[in-house]
Structures are given as structure tokens and as C-alpha cells.
Design a protein around this ligand. Structure first.
Ligand code: AMP
Length: 190
């Protein structure tokens, strides 16, 4: 399977659909948010830096993220196909990802964009706050994350468009429909 970049606003379902894709196609999965949360839990220097920024809904600096990504990617049986979840979030990260893969003679693959209306996003995130207790799932931080997404990450959709690998899927009210559409596309990409 080709690499996949799963792309969308906070709460759009990147983690959920990544898990579904991983179990259907048996790919590697890199969630940069999960990597950072593990560093926080282990109390590392990186974790300390990350915590301050994540709690404010801000992004971790690009150079830090690019280094982490390359390290984790090389551990994930490269060549098998990896799903990038939460990376890239800036144009600089996208360029770095493209170069990192080119250095290894691997392709970017496909970008899967999840489009979900903001009301649904907010209610999902507030719900997740109750269920999982993520520190950054409170109303104030969620608003900051939406702002960061609109300003720094959303413009990247155009970058993927220019690469010719942007594939958009729009939420129509149920997960099964969304999943069916994503699988129908990915089945053609083996
Ligand atoms: P996520 O689990 O993907 O929602 O990420 C949670 C938080 O981790 C984000 O709000 C950012 O603060 C940080 N983060 C995760 N991935 C990145 C990235 N690629 N670049 C910068 N910050 C990131």
C-alpha cells in the first residue's frame, strides 16, 4: 500500500479512520500527537517542551517535529506503507516530509482529507474530553487549535492539491458512509 497522509481539523476523525485503515490494509501508523503524549507521560525534555505548547493549543516547532518524524518513520518498516496522522501540519513540515521520503526513494502517496463542519467537530471534542480526559480538549484550547488549524494547517490542502494527491471526503452524518467511501478509493490504490 502507498503511504497515506490523513488530514483534517481537530476532531475530524484522523485517529479513528487511521485505525480502520490500519486494520484493513495492515500498514504502519505514525500519530505525532501520540508520540508527543508518550514523551509527556515519560517526563522527557521533549515532553516538557511539548506539554506547554499542547496545553495552549499551539504547534511544536517544525525542526523538532521533522526530527521526530524521521526517527519514527525509520522504525516503522519503511516500504510497507505508513499512515501519517497529524503530520504534516505546516508547509515546512510537508516539504520536509517530501524530501525525507525522496531521500529513501519512497513516495508521498495519497492525502486523505476529512471535511467535517465545525459544530460537529466541537461536540466531538467536548465529548472526547469527558471520555478520555485529554488536557487539550477544553473549550478554550479547542478554539485555539481551530485557529491554528485555519491559519497554519488548512493552507496545506492546496499544497497537496498541487502535488496531485489530494482526495477529499466530506462528513454526511455517519461513520459507515465515510468509511465506505474511503475504502472504495483506497482499494484502487494497493
Ligand atoms: P493531535 O493528537 O494530532 O491532535 O495533536 C495534539 C497536539 O500535539 C497538537 O495540538 C500540537 O500541539 C501537537 N502536535 C501534534 N502533531 C504536530 C505536528 N505535526 N506539528 C506540530 N505540533 C504537533
Amino acid at each position: 500500500m502507498k503511504n497515506i497522509i490523513i488530514f483534517g481539523a481537530p476532531g475530524s476523525g484522523k485517529g479513528t479512520y487511521s485505525d480502520e485503515i490500519v486494520s484493513r490494509y495492515g500498514m504502519g501508523h505514525i500519530s505525532t500527537g501520540d508520540v508527543l503524549r508518550a514523551e509527556i507521560k515519560n517526563g522527557t525534555e521533549l515532553g516538557k517542551l511539548a506539554k506547554g505548547l499542547i496545553d495552549k493549543g499551539q504547534l511544536i516547532p517544525d525542526d523538532v517535529m521533522v526530527n521526530i518524524l524521521a526517527k519514527v518513520y525509520d522504525e516503522k518498516v519503511p516500504g510497507k506503507g505508513v499512515i501519517f496522522d497529524g503530520f504534516p501540519r505546516t508547509i515546512t513540515q510537508a516539504e520536509a516530509l517530501k524530501n525525507m521520503l525522496a531521500d529513501r526513494h519512497h513516495e508521498l502517496g495519497n492525502m486523505i482529507e476529512l471535511i467535517v463542519d465545525e459544530e460537529t467537530l466541537m461536540s466531538r471534542l467536548l465529548n472526547r474530553a469527558k471520555e478520555q480526559g485529554r488536557a487539550d480538549d477544553n473549550e478554550e484550547t479547542i478554539k485555539a487549535r481551530f485557529q491554528v488549524y485555519h491559519n497554519q494547517t488548512e493552507p496545506l490542502a492546496e499544497w497537496f492539491e498541487k502535488e496531485g494527491i489530494r482526495h477529499t471526503f466530506t462528513w454526511k452524518g455517519d461513520k459507515d458512509t465515510m468509511l465506505k467511501e474511503i475504502f472504495a478509493f483506497l482499494d484502487t490504490q494497493q
